[in-house]
Design a protein around this ligand. Sequence first.
Ligand code: AMP
Ligand code: MG
Length: 493
Amino acid sequence: METLKESDSDCYGFNFNNSYLQLPDIFYKRQQPTEVKNPNVIIFNDSLGVALDLNVDTLKKQGSQFLAGSVICSGADPIAQAYAGHQFGNFNILGDGRAILLGEHVTPSKQRVDIQLKGAGRTPYSRSGDGLAALGPMLREYIISEAMYALGIPTTRSLAVTTTGENVYRDNVYPGAVLTRVASSHIRVGTFQFAAATQNTQQLQVLADYTIIRHFPEIADSDNKYLELLTRVIDSQASLIAKWMHVGFIHGVMNTDNMSISGETIDYGPCAFMNIYHPETAFSSIDTNGRYAFGNQPNIAHWNLVRLAETLLPLIHESQEKAISLATKCLDEYPNKFLAYWLSGMRKKLGIFNQEPDDLALAEDLLTYMQKNKADYTNTFRLLAEDSIQNTELYQDDEFRNWLTLWKTKLSRQNETFDESIQLMHAANPKVIPRNHLVEEALDAAVDRGDMRLLNDLLLVVANPYADLNHSSKYMQAPELLFEQQYKTFCGT
Ligand code: AMP
Ligand code: MG
């Protein structure tokens, strides 16, 4: 393995630091990525590169070996992270089986982000897996994570996808690829579960202290900082899941190892955006019972947070009874916190400035009529914002028309003008989302024919979801009902 000297390229502007290595060594294993045959950067995120103060041009032109993990910059000290997790409710000891953390890049403005290579070869946590990733799922993560970012939803981001020149064997043979993932950290609920499973409270405490310093430094001097940590994570998850619900995002595999402590959306596998509104929508091929269906996401997040709270009990109070009572009090606040975040976003989606007690019923009634009439979630809200809902099938429903009258009357009671409501709604209701059929079409072209045009076009469109731009109408069209009913997503392992 070659090590780039800093003078070779100044490491493309990367300024690596490895604070995670301060943790006890049970939390990681040093692991170099596997060298690959013929790396080729096929997509690179210029604006993210600039935001991270990297040497974008050099990295794009000369950095393929680095982005595929075949050369390591000085300062990077690659590791695979240990974690555990409840997968579909079953506890397992896991760890990065196909991801390698190069280190943390610290920007000139002192922002610290993890730089991780997903699909960079086997690690001590790979179990029977090959440590590799196929091109399709890595491009999928790139598209969806960048779309989420543009929608204003906290998320890990994608700096590049680099093909390896090697094959990956799944149900078929696919080109291999490495995704360069940028995250504010990769500390998961599952990382705490891993620490708790060792039954070594001191190690757990080191992890909690590290997490507090890294993500919530403002609580470091709190009276009970571990309880405060729990409170913060509960709050950021309530806010995050509400944002998912506002745009119809279905994560698809909300295992506790796929829930980030930082409050970012992480681990894009079988995720998808809902078209027709129905709370039971689940696309993941392995989610046969709909555990992670759209409407279950708030409850699943709560369940995951209870798992986090369990790990923190020994730190929260020396008396287990007292610890449970303190943690339970925090957890019991989650449903109300979620509801408050959700309702606040729904008010914006409906152009509501002044809060009234019947806002919740108004929002829920609209969803009921959307469900009953198989209305498209994104387009319904956007058409309301554009005051052109009259052209839809939903408008044929008498109940919906009554709702519309109620809603408009409500808006007319506000001090703000209808135009101001419209502006609020435009900023809260995306005109475009990465529609599943368009994502699949773009991935097919990229993977089967090496044609990146559809994908690049789609990326441009979803990068500006709220603006009133003159895109081709295909980006706003919902897929055929049959497509929607048969659509399945896969974990991409
Ligand atoms: P995921 O469902 O993608 O969150 O992954 C669950 C666990 O399986 C994690 O520990 C991953 O690192 C591991 N894993 C997924 N794919 C592979 C692979 N191809 N090789 C090795 N480990 C994998
Ligand atoms: Mg995962």
